[in-house]
Design a protein around this ligand. Structure first.
Ligand code: F0G
Length: 428
């Protein structure tokens, strides 16, 4: 199916050819991929996607390329896929009880090939790189984007260059970037400095930029929303709750919903709640104080994935929140880690940034913004194994220097190797 597409600036509306290699408008605004959906039959698309559900192999067995009509118009031989997506949607169990929500679900994007939601955007971004005949790709990252990019570059024979803030990313992610063979440049400074540098490097050296400023990354990322709705048999929940860092994921969710709505595949619009860490909260400040956008200078949070003060996609994310009549909330370090302890102890588990979804859902339920019986889907963005240091620190209660207590700590116990000692430990 051929759907006409083009690029459009989210700030001034100027349009560009879809084949033009650019990430920004002449005015400096970021770009959207736009599609002419006026002649597209939504019911037909939905039926096609249903037919592809459960395919065992091939491009359309991917949880992104199942929806390829709304992802990227690319021939099969340009598509770089690891059968990403197809992640589970869990009932929240005891974590839902803790949050005071009776219909809370989690979409576990940590079950993607490299352990984070980034693989959905990356399969599309890497395929776009192939369409542009790129040999080298680059990104700045707080860890997950770099792990994903290094993997997708490796499977498709591209070189990858990674810019990460020195000493500020979780070990599991650094390990992946190195293991997949990415050229890993640790820079002095934070993520925002790395982001500025990588844009300059890509422009000067003709390297293809794979951060979510790249509009094709956002296109792939939309598939989380498509897949959740398909898993719910197209019954639209009341809320989506999603962590916000560079604000690509929430942007993609909004765009996915707008397209489904335009196609008539959904009629109800769910509210999007973006949750930021209180130490890295530019969108929250803007939203609550009705002030113009202003970057946070020295962002700080234990959830290193979202330690971002100057998110590139804030305009698109704000558009998503406004359009869906959603909200923006912030959560403290203690709230993030306590929510993580509860999510992990429910048997589900995710990395700290992901737990903003649970912490935020609970906070919004406590405030009465989210009704206790409303249907809520939280996005878990990264795998529990990405950041073992945070887990051990919490359970050993050694995060005092960060102002975090091990409220629900499950301390490891040291015992002598005797039956008596075991009985004592078990209280039997
Ligand atoms: N959760 C995790 C685990 C992440 O890695 C990120 C972003 C986010 C949430 C926030 O998503 O940026 O779309 O708002 N990580 C990026 C990276 C910045 O470099 O891996 P966002």
């Amino acid at each position: 199916m051929k759907i006409e597409s083009y690029l459009q600036c989210v700030r001034c509306g100027k349009t560009y050819d879809i084949g033009e290699l650019r990430y920004n408008c002449d005015c400096g605004g970021i770009l959207d991929v736009k599609r002419d959906l006026s002649q597209v039959d939504g019911e037909f698309l939905k039926a096609l996607w249903e037919q592809r559900w459960g395919m065992k192999r091939g491009i359309e067995s991917s949880g992104v390329w199942r929806y390829r009509e709304l992802i990227l118009d690319a021939p099969d031989d340009k598509i770089v896929t690891r059968q990403e997506g197809n992640t589970r949607l869990y009932a929240a169990g005891s974590a839902g009880t803790w949050a005071g929500l009776s219909n809370l679900y989690f979409k576990h994007e940590g079950e993607n090939p490299t352990g984070s939601f980034k693989d959905r955007g990356m399969t599309c971004g890497a395929s776009a790189a192939k369409l542009f005949n790129a040999k080298t790709v680059a990104c700045a990252s707080t860890g997950n984007t770099s792990a994903s990019m290094a993997s997708y570059a490796a499977v498709s024979g591209m070189k990858s260059v990674i810019f990460i803030p020195e000493g500020k990313i979780a070990y599991g992610k650094l390990a992946q970037a190195l293991a997949y063979g990415g050229i890993t440049l640790q820079i002095e400074g934070n993520f925002d400095d790395a982001m500025t540098l990588v844009q300059q490097v890509c422009k000067e050296l003709g390297i293809y930029l794979l951060n979510s400023i790249n509009p094709f990354r956002i296109e792939g990322q939309k598939a989380i929303t498509f897949e959740i709705l398909q898993q719910l048999d197209w019954q639209v929940p009341d809320w989506f709750v999603i962590p916000g860092g560079n604000l690509g994921n929430s942007s993609a969710m909004g765009k996915a919903l707008m397209e489904l709505h335009e196609l008539g595949i959904i009629t109800k619009i769910p509210k999007i709640a973006v949750i930021q860490a209180s130490g890295a909260n530019p969108l929250y400040t803007m939203w609550t104080e009705h002030t113009p956008y202003q970057a946070v200078k020295n962002p700080e949070t234990i959830a290193t994935a979202i330690k971002i003060g100057n998110p590139v996609s804030w305009e698109k994310s704000l558009r998503a929140v406004e359009w869906s009549k959603g909200t923006v909330e912030q959560v403290t370090e203690q709230e993030i880690m306590d929510a993580k302890a509860k999510l992990d102890a429910a048997g589900i588990g995710a990395e700290p940034a992901s737990c903003c979804s649970l912490a935020g859902a609970k906070k919004l339920a406590d405030k009465g913004v989210i009704g206790k019986d409303e249907t809520v889907v939280g996005i878990l963005t990264g795998n529990i194994l990405k950041d073992p240091d945070a887990v051990i620190g919490y359970h050993k209660d050694t995060l005092g220097d960060k102002g975090i207590r091990g409220t629900f700590a499950n301390r490891p116990q040291q015992i002598p190797p005797t039956l008596e000692a075991v009985k004592k430990a078990l209280g039997v």
